[in-house]
Design a protein around this ligand. Sequence first.
Ligand SMILES: [Zn+2]
Length: 317
Amino acid sequence: MEESGFLSRTCPVCGGAPPPAVEVRSETSAESLDFTALVPYWNGFFKEKVFFPYSRCRGCGLLYAPIFFNRSQLERLYAQMEPNMSEVPLEALRRTQYGYFEALKSCSHLEGGFIEVGPDIGLFTENCVREGRFDEYWLFEPNRDALPALSKVVEGRTFHVIHDMFGFSKLPERAASVAVLIQVLDHLLDPVGTLRALRQRMSSGAKLLLVTHDESSLLRRLVGWKWPAFCLQHPQIYSPQSICALLDAAGFEVLQQRKTVNFFQISYLVKHLLWAFGWKVRSVPGFGQLTIGLKLGNMLTIATPKAEGKNVPTSAP
Ligand SMILES: [Zn+2]
């Protein structure tokens, strides 16, 4: 029965056969538990970390889970989740998103149609409304609780909030000059199919902005299997190399890649450091609203659709 069994996957980027060796596994492997037993781990109710083992594709180098939840299991898991309740203060989150926006601003005129998949309450979108001249916004956000805040961000503009995360057919072809996916791509079972569908809605010269985890980062190597991005919600995790393979397969050309900075209040970091040592404190005085930027193993990639019917060489002559 498809409902109870897990999904067996070939490489979601190149279609290669599952690799024989496991590269990263948790002490308790997700495969050894059944779906119902995994739900509380998905929701983070237990301190113990459990995920599906990750292997590295020998064809394209992607680190992915050859066994994972199937589509109907994923729908059930996402549907029962509480709305996003980040403990990081909004101001720190805003600074992080503004850093992503500056990368977009440096390569786009910020006009025409704008697509964002998974905008949540619009912390990235608000920069585009304030500093851009986009004439239409298409926001694909499955979380209905985010709707009031998100609608307020684009108030007075022409906008559509679409609850189907992949309802790109609602857009005219070549309508968008910018498409943004922040921390979305790590969650998708079929990232190539999603990016291909998105590409059809993008004009030539349009910019695609992606923020994902980077499994080749120093932090991942330091933390090993306890790195937070190894979890039940990520069927694969990219590196700068494997995301290039993904974009190539989906018909995009990579323009730039960089490591990103996440901002936190110093008091938040100190509090969590004390917690790690076993001292439970509610607040840490003395730092006020001071924030600090850290590179936490995330990367930003900007790409553009390859020219139609043309084989774009991967390296310059
Ligand atoms: Zn592969």
